[in-house]
Design a protein around this ligand. Structure first.
Ligand code: SF4
Length: 346
């Protein structure tokens, strides 16, 4: 256990300022960033192009260690789920998702979640705290290392693990700037997806950010009533207000939004639902990701049959809504959001 400040909390500019403050050349910041984010160093001793004096100073002042892994599960499809133990012993989940063409990491941004969506294991135990920038980046660094055992290097980041990203706006955005920067992980903005449950004022703020990341809205309901039943956040930011904010976001950024939509038998994939979505998306450039419900024992929902899911997808397509059914990944290791973390607490 260490109480030292984690160096991965520092932006590139902050690290450069630190180097200047200890009378080192500013380019040392670039070297240190490269060691951490490109070479995957887990200790200052590995930074062989720095003087011994500087390495000692960094060691004295900062932490750069790994996160202890409580559990690592590898699914038959290669999906690898990590449960990490943080300094205060909060647990977080991170998932590596390999496909034929890419390797993606699904990142958590909070320990627990205060939004309590009624299909999600992450919300069950409530919210504990926001993750620090360093914790978010360390999740990714672990997966980047693990990806070396897969055909494709880590190329895509999705903020879709535990937590509501826009509820920890500053930390998530600071981490994203480091992920995206040339000196940092150098991952293109288009390969970074931030999902949100629909915090309207923060969606407006996101529209003013200069980075061209992808935005995904966890919609999961087809009108105000259906969304209220599944997502308590809808009481604060009702369906129509959220859709209006999305329209403004698209207008402002000229970028498409992806809507995540859970398929629950007899709840979200009726003909009424499809018709309501047609109305909600009228004239909007967007796509829908349909996610088959992954059973969580605390909820009574059921997954629709394959036929029901495809019939719903076809109905949406008929209405001009581009929709794809997400292939479930890592089901044998409980890769749905929050399942591993939750199981570990019981
Ligand atoms: S779906 Fe997202 S916002 Fe909702 S409870 Fe789960 S982690 Fe929280």
């Amino acid at each position: 256990m260490t109480t030292k400040f984690d160096i991965r909390n520092l932006s590139f500019d902050e690290l450069r300022n630190y180097c200047t403050s200890i009378k080192e050349k500013p380019f040392r910041a670039k070297q240190i960033f490269e060691w951490i984010y490109q070479e995957g160093a887990w200790s200052f001793d590995e930074m062989t192009n720095l003087s011994q004096e500087l390495r000692d100073k960094l060691k004295e002042n900062f932490n750069l260690s790994r996160l202890p892994i409580v559990q690592k599960q590898v699914s038959q499809d290669g999906t690898t789920k990590f449960l990490f133990d943080l300094e205060d012993h909060e647990k977080i989940e991170t998932v590596l998702i390999p496909t034929a063409t890419r390797t993606t990491v699904c990142v958590s941004s909070q320990a627990g979640c205060k939004f309590g969506c009624r299909f999600c294991a992450s919300g069950i135990g409530g919210w504990k705290r926001n993750l620090t920038v360093a914790e978010i980046l360390t999740e990714i660094l672990h997966v980047k290392e693990e990806a070396k055992q897969h055909p494709n290097a880590l190329s895509h980041i999705v903020f879709m693990g535990t937590g509501e990203n826009l509820d920890s706006y500053e930390n998530v955005m600071k981490a994203i700037r480091i992920i995206n920067s040339k000196e940092g992980l150098n991952i293109g903005a288009r390969r970074i997806t931030i999902s949100t449950v629909g915090i309207v004022p923060k969606i407006k703020q996101l529209a003013t950010e200069k980075i061209q990341f992808e935005l995904a809205i966890s919609l999961h309901g087809y009108d105000n009533e259906s969304r209220n039943a599944l997502m308590p956040v809808n009481k604060k930011y009702p369906f129509d207000e959220l859709m209006q904010a999305c329209r403004e976001y698209i207008k402002e950024t000229k970028r498409q939004i992806t809507f995540e939509y859970i398929l629950i038998k007899d709840v979200t994939c009726s003909d009424k639902a499809a018709k309501s979505l047609r109305k909600a998306f009228k004239g909007m450039i967007c796509k829908m990701n349909l996610i088959p419900y992954n059973p969580v024992s605390e909820f009574e929902h059921k997954t629709p049959s394959r036929e029901e899911m495809f019939a719903f997808r076809d109905r949406l397509e008929e209405f001009g809504i581009h929709a794809t059914i997400r292939t479930p990944r890592g089901r044998d290791v409980g890769a749905a959001c929050g399942q591993l973390r939750h199981a570990h607490k019981n």
